[in-house]
Design a protein around this ligand. Structure first.
Ligand SMILES: C[S@@+](CC[C@H](N)C(=O)[O-])C[C@H]1O[C@@H](n2cnc3c(N)ncnc32)[C@H](O)[C@@H]1O
Length: 145
């Protein structure tokens, strides 16, 4: 949803599911149409495949049946290992000096509650936000010598 070009030729869009138009009756045109259907905790890509990775996991404890739950997915009970494994995979597929962009919503869990799952210290981004607003955090995979 946040992509200006949802079919950019240089982007590989990945999600764990594909959904056709009509799966949300209230928003009949809404689809989920990734290039690759896969789990972000076990990505089907070689190490160092990408110059930029955007990680936008589910970030709210919302019901699976409501519109928001259907559109964005919902944070699982075991969110800690999901985030840790997801970040670890994002880091693995990123090349050295590549950039990782993380999108979050601090309404459910503040950044301070999830920062131990990060693959390194972020460079810059939001630390807090008004209730309900999106935050963005930027990392670079700087190799350690
Ligand atoms: C906040 S939405 C992402 C929206 C997306 N960035 C966009 O612009 O349309 C979170 C997505 O993560 C997906 N998801 C949940 N668990 C996943 C997993 N283990 N692996 C890959 N995708 C997952 C959900 O299906 C949901 O579509």
């Amino acid at each position: 949803m946040f992509w200006f070009d949802k079919e950019h030729p240089n982007v590989t869009y990945m999600d764990i599911r594909k959904e056709s138009a009509g799966f949300i009756p209230e928003q009949p045109l809404f689809t989920i149409a990734p290039d690759v259907v896969a789990d972000f905790t076990n990505m089907p890509f070689l190490d160092s495949s990408f110059k930029m990775v955007v990680f936008d996991p589910p970030h709210a404890k919302i019901g699976l049946t409501g519109i928001l739950g259907k559109k964005y997915g919902t944070l699982p009970t075991d969110w800690e290992s999901m985030l840790k494994d997801g970040f670890s995979e994002c880091w693995r597929v990123l090349e050295d000096f590549g950039v990782l962009i993380f999108k979050w919503n601090s309404k459910t869990l503040p950044l301070s509650r999830i920062s131990h799952t990060f693959p390194s210290n972020p460079l810059f981004g939001h630390t807090t936000a008004k209730s309900g607003s999106t935050i963005w955090v930027t990392f670079m995979k700087i190799p350690t010598l």
